[in-house]
Design a binder for this molecule. Structure first.
Ligand SMILES: NC(=O)c1ccc[n+]([C@@H]2O[C@H](COP(=O)([O-])OP(=O)(O)OC[C@H]3O[C@@H](n4cnc5c(N)ncnc54)[C@H](O)[C@@H]3O)[C@@H](O)[C@H]2O)c1
Length: 345
């Protein structure tokens, strides 16, 4: 079988895509593109057969490339993803899919127009602990969802915000659009579609134009309520709280680490919790020892898009799914700016 030709544009987090493509036995890392020659040289030193480009248009003319990972500043995603698809390439787009629903829709429209495959990176869905949580919700073991409390309490030093981070035009926001969008995606995936948001935000400890802290009251379409907090001011970086309470029980995790598992329908509530904490209480590392086939992080997303192209199937996260978190983030900003409750269509 011919190997899938892989290319990456943008060599910040793009380096994780490079390593993941190189590690996939069904793919060949063909090319990388960045404006900064030193970044290209570093990839070349690691993977000597890789072609390097500073001009994206030149790179996507290469007929050996089947998939391009788009790892550029967030507001550039739609433009570059559409250009890649128009040139006959499939794409894997970093999160957020773009910074507005309108821009993100251009990726969806190009996907339909060109017939190419477009996936979006939200790798935290593949954290080992997410599978049993999602199953407990979908099988209604948690009963009727009542409350979801989500809090991304991270920290970023001042130097992080030099450049495009924390700007409205390129980052589309601050702590919420950049860092917490992962957890916004998890929130809507686990709790269901969001009906409305009421928010506050501010800039507390950084010299930026967007925000470094947001707080939101959330109403879900299924009637549940919740809160969403994001900050990059919680020194030195505290937790990613994912806490879900239903009429059937309670589940709490911190990022990929299970903290609490209490389900009323358990035959033996304590024994089940003990087992679950043993398996998932140490994060992906603990789960990996229990399940050697487990693949998480960027490797899982790059493997998925390669397999999707080989088998001509949909990737794990398609544009219309990834647009949901961008709509929620923009609604939160609108609510914080206007003081109004914003309903999401
Ligand atoms: N999934 C995750 O966990 C994760 C983590 C970090 C970043 N991201 C996302 O990845 C994207 C990139 O973020 P980053 O932190 O890597 O940013 P970065 O600034 O570190 O890297 C972006 C790179 O793009 C290059 N670039 C800019 N314009 C270019 C052009 N026209 N042609 C070629 N190269 C160009 C820059 O030189 C830079 O090397 C963002 O959308 C961000 O939200 C996702």
């Amino acid at each position: 079988m011919k190997k899938i030709g892989y290319a990456v544009v943008g060599l910040g987090i793009g380096k994780a895509h490079v390593d993941a493509a190189a590690a996939n036995e069904n793919a060949n890392l063909i090319a990388v593109c960045d404006l900064i020659p030193e970044k290209l040289e570093k990839v070349k030193a690691r993977y000597p057969d890789t072609l390097t480009y500073t001009d994206f248009e030149e790179m996507i003319k290469n007929p050996d490339i089947d998939i391009v990972s788009i790892c550029l500043p967030s507001a550039m995603h739609a433009d570059f993803a559409v250009r890649a698809m128009e040139a006959g390439k499939n794409v894997l787009v970093e999160k957020p899919i773009d910074i507005t629903p309108e821009a993100a829709m251009k990726i969806e429209e190009a996907r339909v127009r060109t017939g190419k495959i477009a996936g979006v990176v939200h790798q935290n869905r593949n954290n080992a602990v997410m599978k049993p949580i999602k199953e407990a919700i979908d099988s209604e073991r948690l009963g009727k969802l009542v409350l979801g409390t989500f809090a991304v309490k991270w920290y970023r030093e001042a130097h992080y915000y030099i450049g495009w981070h924390g700007t409205w035009d390129m980052d589309g926001g601050g702590s919420l659009m950049n860092q917490a969008v992962h957890t916004v995606d998890l929130m809507q995936w686990l709790m269901g579609d969001v009906e409305s948001v009421s928010s506050q935000m501010g800039i507390y400890n950084h010299d930026i134009e967007t925000e470094d802290t947001t707080v939101t009251a959330v109403k879900f379409k299924n009637g549940a309520i919740g809160t969403f907090v994001s900050t990059t001011c919680a020194y030195p970086g505290i937790s990613t709280d994912i806490q879900i309470y239903g009429t059937g029980g309670s589940i709490e995790a911190d990022a990929d680490v299970l903290k609490l598992w209490k389900l009323r329908d358990s035959e033996d509530e304590e024994e089940e919790e003990e087992e679950m904490l043993e398996k998932y209480g140490g994060g992906n590392r603990a789960a990996e020892t229990a399940d050697p086939m487990l693949v998480t992080g960027h490797q899982s997303m790059v493997n998925d898009i390669i397999d999707a192209v080989i088998n001509n199937r949909n990737p794990q996260i398609m544009p219309l799914e990834a647009i949901k978190s961008v709509k929620i983030v923009n609604a939160i900003y609108e609510s914080a700016k206007t003081g109004k409750t914003i309903f999401i269509k």
